[in-house]
Design a protein around this ligand. Structure first.
Ligand SMILES: Cc1ncc(COP(=O)(O)O)c(C=O)c1O
Length: 294
């Protein structure tokens, strides 16, 4: 485990780790987001984020998210690692198709490449599991976490398992504040609180409740609700997510619009049914006001 201070730094550590395999190529997914430092940006597909800062470190290639055949076609013995998010949060809360992570595991094992799962957004309770990949029966070689681990405090971590754990040796990588006592104490307190208050279960239950409540509005402005645990994407029937986001903020609701037609909802794991009822009501009224609803 290498401790860092953010998700992007956790991913920088992962990137450096892959170089020590002796192979250079990394396969990432279209629609990916892995952070804003140069290494993490090289793994991030969105052109608007990448282009102003090119050249980025690489050899990184992108394949369509969830497409096993496309991955298999480029995954050979030159590939050091495949990096994948269990749910693409920044891409509008797009979950991997069922079985995709297991397929990535099988293909990487066959090619002798590392499987790297970025759980910076999905891990530590957000999606109702410590690690979505592990909950889905997959043991990756590298897992990166951050956001939920600090619950607001800056901390990130790059975990390596099995032979990958031997790639970094003392001096390979470092960070003055990485693993600092305050961050470590916060991380431990967060893990204990999640465990003691049964927040993984709560994340799953409340996430399902959110989907049910928003779906039950039967508002024609809403096309779909998708996601896992308390990471949900509300897909709108029209590309008005930015306006809906602003109107909700005026009413005191912090959401986010990762796409023209998608709202991302990631409430605290201690959110209540009453909070979600009130949110659904506010969403209904905003959509109706903006002329996209009933
Ligand atoms: C999947 C994923 N990886 C990495 C990052 C970057 O984390 P940070 O903002 O802590 O650098 C994010 C942030 O949104 C993310 O969603």
């Amino acid at each position: 485990m290498f401790f860092a201070n953010s998700g992007t730094e956790a991913n920088e550590a992962g990137f450096k780790l892959t170089r020590l395999t002796g192979r250079k190529r990394i396969i990432a997914m279209a629609g990916s987001f892995h952070g804003r430092t140069l290494g993490a940006l090289a793994l991030t597909s969105k052109l608007a984020y990448r282009q102003p800062f090119e050249p980025l470190p690489g050899d990184v290639i992108f394949v369509p998210y969830g497409n096993v055949a496309a991955l298999a076609a480029v995954l050979d013995e030159t590939v050091a690692a495949v990096i994948v998010e269990p749910v693409q949060g920044e891409n509008g809360v797009v979950p991997a198709p069922p079985g995709f992570l297991a397929d990535v595991r099988a293909l990487t094992a066959k090619a002798g490449a590392l499987m790297w799962v970025d759980e910076v957004q999905t891990g530590i309770g957000r999606c109702g599991e410590w690690f979505v990949s592990v909950a889905d029966g997959v043991t990756p070689d590298i897992v990166t976490v951050a956001k939920g681990l600090g619950n607001g405090f800056p901390i990130g971590a790059c975990l390596a398992l099995g032979p990958a754990a031997g790639l970094f040796t003392p001096g390979s990588h470092g960070s003055t504040f990485g693993g600092n006592p305050v961050g470590a104490a916060v991380g431990l307190a967060v893990l204990q609180t999640i465990e003691q208050e049964d927040l993984l279960v709560r994340s799953r239950e409340l996430g399902d409740y959110l989907t049910q409540t928003v779906t039950a509005l039967d508002n024609p402005g809403i096309a779909e609700v998708r996601g896992r645990g308390l990471l949900r994407g509300i897909v709108l029937a029209q590309p008005i997510a930015a306006a809906v986001n602003d109107a909700l903020l005026d009413k005191g609701w912090i959401v986010n619009a990762p796409h023209d037609d998608v709202l991302r909802i990631a409430p605290p794991l201690v959110v209540t049914e009453e909070d979600l009822d009130a949110f659904a009501k506010a969403l209904d009224s905003v959509l109706n006001q903006l002329g996209s609803g009933a």
